[in-house]
Design a binder for this molecule. Structure first.
Ligand code: I22
Ligand code: ZN
Length: 194
């Protein structure tokens, strides 16, 4: 196997320790409960994490493994008119928190992703969400960085290497989507397509 593949696999294996896996289960429980209660999931992040936010929303609104009822998830990264007007008229720091103000209801969930745990606009969104009675999931490398203060449900890993962290994030949220889908719709989801 190529050395770089081995290094990447080692970084994945290191990240998924017992405490991280326990934290993942807590997030699965939370999202299942909130969807069952009629609440929605808002998701945000920058760059690769913006792509992750959209990917995650697509898994819930569309499907992961099998056909079932749509689940309410919104990526706050996808409306370029909102992103540009709020940045232009106010500041990029509030592009996500402004949408949390507009869309977030108590009991909803805000999931912020960042590799550094430093992105100011995601931090503002997490803080705004907490102030408004949303549950907050903070997914970040660098042991959470500044997310530590604002994440009710931390998904933190120690890694500081941006692409490695993003690879852990992808594997983590795929697992979460799979678990939520199979739990809410009572199907063994692995490999099943209807
Ligand atoms: O995808 C990558 C690097 O792999 C980049 O686009 C990266 O996401 C951007 O530099 C982000 O702005 C980094 O923000 P964050 O993860 O520290 O919150
Ligand atoms: Zn990238």
């Amino acid at each position: 196997m190529s050395e770089w593949v081995e290094q990447r696999l080692q970084s994945l294996a290191k990240a998924f320790d017992q405490s991280y896996c326990t934290a993942i289960e807590a997030v699965v429980d939370l999202i299942c409960q909130r969807f069952q209660a009629g609440n929605k999931l808002l998701i945000c992040g920058n760059g690769g994490s913006a792509a992750d936010a959209q990917h995650l929303a697509a898994e819930f609104v569309g499907r992961f493994h099998f056909n079932r009822q749509a689940l309410p998830a919104i990526a706050l990264t996808a409306n370029s008119s909102i992103l540009t007007s709020v940045s232009n008229d106010y500041t990029y720091d509030i592009v996500f928190s402004r949408q949390v103000e507009a869309l977030g209801q108590p009991g909803d969930v805000l999931w912020g992703l960042s590799t550094s745990g430093k992105s100011t606009n995601v931090l503002h969104a997490l803080k705004c969400a907490k102030d408004r009675g949303l549950h907050t999931i903070g997914m970040a490398g660098n042991n959470g960085g500044l997310f530590q203060e604002f994440a009710d449900y931390p998904l933190f890993i120690a890694d500081k290497n941006t692409p490695c962290i993003q690879e852990v994030h992808l594997m983590t949220y795929h697992h979460i989507c799979e678990q939520v889908e199979s739990r809410l719709f009572a199907q063994k989801s692995v490999g099943v397509k209807v």
